[in-house]
Ligand binder design. Structure first.
Ligand code: SF4
Length: 380
């Protein structure tokens, strides 16, 4: 199945609801075109952009620099709503998780991880996932559909509402970093992800620096260079194994893009250097990928790539086929990498008690059954 056919088949519904369309998620040019269609000058679109993405307005009435008449016209044609919160949970460690519901009833999860020096927001890009990584809870949820730019950017805007971070400021932010590490493979929904990230990086709007945005991929090799060239955001790669026969099982996409191809694409990722390294995620699975030999092999694989490794103690979920490595084995693995000059901190699990930790996300959304359809075909 070609990439474009996949994007079409799993596209978000054109109109999620009858009635006014959302202005959220439109590019600047598209917003200007919508406003011009109402016979209004371009600067009105700039004013709107400011209200939407700098002030975080959720209704036109609040946009007091616009005339009352214009606000009323806007409200008849458009809306600026946020995704609905189906449930909200707070972990004992302060991590917050929202289950968000879209007008067509589909749901995704978004997670906020407050830390001392930073606050990371983990956002989703698909309902379910195209891929079936065996250590990941989302991987057990067949792909239902891709998220639209509005639904991707809507997660950031909703989280800002919830932590009280409007108007957007560059000083003492609560949400400092965005990671596309939630539900879904972002490079299998690249068009919509790119639209949303361009809005997130707009300096007159949400104003996130591309250095504060990390896109995590399981290794969709053909799309990696484009991501680097078009967005220039940080790259994280779900590596999780150093031998193809093991990775074929843990990350089945490896059968299509084996480790050697993946690492070549990493070497070619634009803008990487020692001060801007690629993050390799490595989930620690007991007796599967956690031996000293695995660690030494990993050092060899990464020797000519500006790299850092995140060692992730496996976060169990109901029915998971793996166990977390022993703490001593994780520490030994980390020591071998550090001793070889590769930064390999062990990530502290956050939000495990509310199933908000890495690899634990899943929603109840299901694609309409087509006689027990196979998991989504991986696009060509
Ligand atoms: S790790 Fe990422 S790509 Fe793999 S199944 Fe989970 S969400 Fe999908």
């Amino acid at each position: 199945m070609s990439g474009s056919h996949h994007a079409q088949q799993f596209a978000p519904p054109a109109a999620l609801t009858a009635g006014p369309r959302t202005l959220i998620g439109l590019s600047r040019a598209d917003l200007e075109a919508e406003i011009a269609a109402l016979g209004e000058p371009a600067f009105r679109a700039r004013q709107l952009w400011h209200w939407l993405y700098h002030r975080g307005a959720t209704d036109f009435e609040a946009m007091t620099s616009l005339s009352k008449a214009f606000r009323a016209r806007l409200a008849t044609h458009f809306r600026v709503a946020r995704p609905a919160i189906a449930s909200a949970q707070i972990s004992t460690d302060g991590t917050r998780k929202w289950l968000l519901r879209f007008p067509d009833g589909q749901e995704v999860e978004t997670v906020f991880i407050p830390q001392e020096e930073r606050g990371t927001l983990c956002i989703s890009s698909q309902v379910g996932c195209t891929l079936t990584c065996r250590f990941c809870h989302t991987g057990t949820q067949r792909l239902v559909r891709n998220l639209s730019p509005a639904e991707i950017i809507g997660q950031i805007m909703l989280a800002r509402d919830e932590v009280g971070e409007w108007p957007a400021s560059s000083e003492d932010r609560k949400i400092t970093n965005i990671v596309l590490m939630g539900m879904g493979e972002p490079l299998y929904n690249f068009e919509n992800v790119a639209e949303a990230m361009k809005i997130a990086m707009d300096p007159e709007g949400l104003a996130f620096s591309r250095r504060k945005i990390t896109l995590s991929t399981s290794g969709v090799v053909p799309a990696m260079a484009r991501c680097g060239a078009e967005l220039g955001v940080n790259l994280a790669v779900s590596l999780h194994a150093v031998h193809d026969d093991v990775r074929d099982v843990i990350v089945p996409l490896n059968k299509k893009y084996p480790i050697a191809q993946l690492l070549d694409a990493c070497r070619a990722y634009p803008g990487t250097h020692n001060a801007r390294r690629i993050t390799f995620e490595y989930v620690m699975l007991r007796g599967v990928n956690d031996s000293a030999e695995d660690a030494r092999t990993l050092v060899g694989l990464l020797k000519d790539i500006p790299a850092k490794v995140n060692l992730i103690p496996f976060n169990a979920w109901p029915g998971a086929p793996y166990e977390c490595s022993r703490p001593a084995d994780i520490a030994a693995f980390s020591d071998i990498l550090f001793a070889a000059g590769v930064s390999a901190p062990v990530r502290t699990p956050r939000g495990r008690d509310i199933l908000a930790a890495c690899g634990q996300l899943k929603s109840a959304s299901q694609r309409l059954k087509k006689s027990e359809r196979e998991p989504a075909e991986v696009p060509a």
